[in-house]
Design a protein around this ligand. Structure first.
Ligand SMILES: Nc1nc2c(ncn2[C@@H]2O[C@H](COP(=O)(O)OP(=O)(O)OP(=O)(O)O)[C@@H](O)[C@H]2O)c(=O)[nH]1
Ligand SMILES: [Mg+2]
Ligand SMILES: [Zn+2]
Ligand SMILES: [Zn+2]
Length: 273
C-alpha cells in the first residue's frame, strides 16, 4: 500500500512471478538469505486518520528495514546502485540503453545491470536486454512505486558482478517513489525539458530526495520555451545540494559527463581487498 495515494501492492510480479505474499497476506516466509519474515495483511479495511498515520509509519519503517538490508548487501559487493525516478516518459529507459551501449563501446570494463519497475509490461526490461545488459522486470500492478522488499527479491534473481553499477528504473511517478528508500546510493531525478521548469516546486519531495538532477531532452530546447537556469534554480531552492547535469539521451550531448559521474560513484563504492 502506498502511503501517499493509498494504492495497493496486491499484484506485484518479479520477473513474471507473483511476489510470494500477494495472495495470502499475513503469512511468514523465508528469504534466500535465510531470514524469515511475515507480511501483515494490508488490505480489506479502511483505517481512520490516526490508524492511517500509524499504518504509514509501519509501512515506511518496514520498507526502511528492507532498504538497510539491500544497502548492506550492495555495499559488501561494491555495487553502486542508483534509483532513477521521474514522471512517465522523461527518457529513463532511453538513457539506460544509451548508457549501456556507451559503457560497452568503452570496452565494457564496467558491468551494469538493471531492475525495471513498471505497473504492467516487460517492454523496458526487453529494451535493456536488447542493449546487452541483464535486467529483471518488476510489475507493481496497481502499485505506483517500487519498494525495498520487491527490489530485494529482484536482487536475488539478477546476475550482478562485484564493483559494478546497478540501475533501478522506478515507476514513472514524481510523487510516491520519493518516500521509498530502496537501498540505493542515491536517487537520480530525470526532468525532461518538455515538462516545464516548475516541476521541482510542484513536486519538491522528489527533488529534495534526489542527489542528482538530469535535465534530459536538451536537443529539444530550440523548439521550446524552457528556461534552463530557472529550472536549476527551482531545484536548488528545494534542495541546495542537488547536483545537475544537462544531456540529451538521443543526441548523446552531455553523456560523457553522466558517464564520468557514474564512474566516480563506482570508484567510491568499490570494495578494496
Ligand atoms: N528528443 C528526445 N527524445 C527523447 C530523449 N530521451 C528519450 N526521448 C523520447 O522520449 C520518449 C520516452 O522515452 P522512454 O525512455 O521510454 O521514457 P521512460 O522515462 O523510460 O518512460 P516510462 O518508463 O514509461 O516512464 C521516447 O519516445 C524517447 O525516444 C531525448 O534526449 N531527446
Ligand atoms: Mg521506461
Ligand atoms: Zn502512490
Ligand atoms: Zn519477501
Amino acid at each position: 500500500m502506498c502511503t501517499t495515494c493509498g494504492c495497493g501492492e496486491g499484484e506485484t510480479r518479479v520477473a513474471g512471478q507473483p511476489l510470494h505474499d500477494q495472495d495470502h497476506p499475513g503469512h511468514t516466509h523465508t528469504h534466500a538469505d535465510g531470514t524469515t519474515h511475515s507480511h501483515a495483511p494490508s488490505h480489506g479495511y479502511t483505517p481512520g486518520a490516526g490508524r492511517r498515520v500509524k499504518l504509514e509509519q509501519d509501512i515506511l519503517a518496514r520498507n526502511n528495514a528492507y532498504a538497510a538490508k539491500n544497502r548492506a548487501w550492495l555495499a559488501a559487493r561494491g555495487i553502486f546502485a542508483l534509483n532513477l525516478v521521474s514522471s512517465p516518459g522523461s527518457g529513463k529507459t532511453t538513457l539506460l540503453v544509451k548508457t549501456i551501449e556507451a559503457l560497452h563501446a568503452a570496452g565494457g570494463e564496467l558491468a551494469v545491470a538493471v531492475i525495471e519497475g513498471d505497473q504492467q509490461t516487460s517492454n523496458d526490461a526487453e529494451r535493456i536486454h536488447a542493449a546487452g545488459a541483464p535486467a529483471i522486470q518488476i510489475n507493481t500492478g496497481k502499485g505506483c512505486h517500487l519498494d525495498a522488499h520487491m527490489v530485494g527479491h529482484a536482487l536475488e534473481k539478477l546476475p550482478l558482478d562485484g564493483n559494478s553499477v546497478l540501475m533501478i528504473e522506478n515507476v514513472g511517478n514524481l510523487v510516491c517513489p520519493a518516500a521509498f528508500d530502496l537501498g540505493e546510493a542515491g536517487k537520480v531525478v530525470i526532468l525532461s525539458v518538455t515538462e516545464g521548469e516548475d516541476k521541482p516546486l510542484k513536486y519538491p519531495d522528489m527533488f529534495r530526495a534526489a542527489r542528482l538532477m538530469l535535465l534530459n531532452k536538451c536537443d529539444l530546447l530550440p523548439y521550446l520555451q524552457f528556461d534552463t537556469e530557472q529550472a536549476i534554480a527551482h531545484a536548488r531552492r528545494v534542495n541546495p545540494h542537488i547536483e545537475v547535469l544537462q544531456l540529451s539521451a538521443t543526441s548523446g550531448a552531455g553523456m560523457a559527463d553522466w558517464l564520468a559521474w557514474i564512474r566516480q560513484g563506482v570508484m567510491a563504492a568499490q570494495v578494496r581487498d
